[in-house]
Design a protein around this ligand. Structure first.
Ligand code: FPP
Length: 231
């Protein structure tokens, strides 16, 4: 079982188009799907789940879609926070919190503060997140902190990432048939296993998750080493 699962939830728009619905209906269906995947993750004992909800590039979508997505995010927090908290979910944000509209930003910060003490599942929500942007941000803070070059190593850079203190993702799943990383956790996913499925995100149910985990369990992770045949 992966300790840290990361998901690129893709295909909401195509799911909606295939049904003759507006794109935002796909995002709503995608949001509904989050519940079952969260429940399944806690049942499977996954400790960290990182979801790519909105990338730094997604700000370039139509204002209607961006507004619609932000409204969905706000209402998800309003609707689900009590239950997530009761279920021991710790919410964290990864990304450029300063980009969010002040009201949404406040809701995210309150959700993070309220659930800080929970430890059943850490839910990282990547919202206005870009992997390159994260690295730029880390480098700037390292320089601003006056860290001498000889003290900079991979561990130190890890401390300056949004995911500081968390294990790297063991498995990255992308739905909807696209086989790209799209600027997601590019530092942290250096040794992750990848699983791509044609299922659109709203259709990625517990059974699809089981399939992904089954594939992961078959993989032999070598981290650049050679596995010695057992005696
Ligand atoms: C990708 O589908 C999906 C998104 C850009 C948004 C994902 C957001 C949610 C599921 C909303 C709620 C999330 C949280 C964490 C509360 P797409 O629009 O790129 O689909 P397409 O490639 O088919 O057009």
């Amino acid at each position: 079982m992966p300790e840290h699962l990361a998901i690129i939830m893709d295909g909401n728009g195509r799911w909606a188009r295939a049904r003759g619905l507006p794109r935002i209906a796909g995002h709503r269906a995608g949001t509904e799907n989050l519940r079952r995947i969260l429940t399944a993750c806690t049942e499977f004992g996954i400790k960290v789940l990182t979801l790519y909800a909105f990338s730094t590039e997604n700000w370039g979508r139509s204002p209607t879609e961006v507004r619609g997505l932000m409204n969905i995010l706000e209402s998800v927090i309003d609707r689900e926070l009590d239950e997530l908290h009761a279920n021991g979910v710790q919410i964290r944000h990864v990304g450029r919190i300063e980009d969010l509209d002040p009201r949404l930003r406040q809701k995210v910060e309150q959700a993070v503060a309220r659930t800080r003490g929970n430890d059943r599942l850490i839910l990282n929500v990547a919202l206005s997140y870009g992997g390159r942007d994260e690295i730029v941000n880390a480098v700037r803070r390292i320089v601003a902190d006056g860290i001498p070059p000889e003290r900079i190593d991979e561990v130190l850079i890890g401390y300056y990432m949004y995911t500081a203190g968390l294990p790297d993702p063991d498995l990255v799943v992308r739905t909807s048939g696209e086989m790209r990383i799209s600027n997601f956790l590019i530092w942290q996913a250096a040794y992750s296993e990848f699983y791509f499925t044609p299922a659109y995100w709203p259709d990625f149910d517990e059974e699809e998750l089981r399939k992904a985990l089954f594939h992961y369990a078959q993989r032999e992770r070598r981290f650049g080493l050679v596995v010695q045949p057992s005696a």
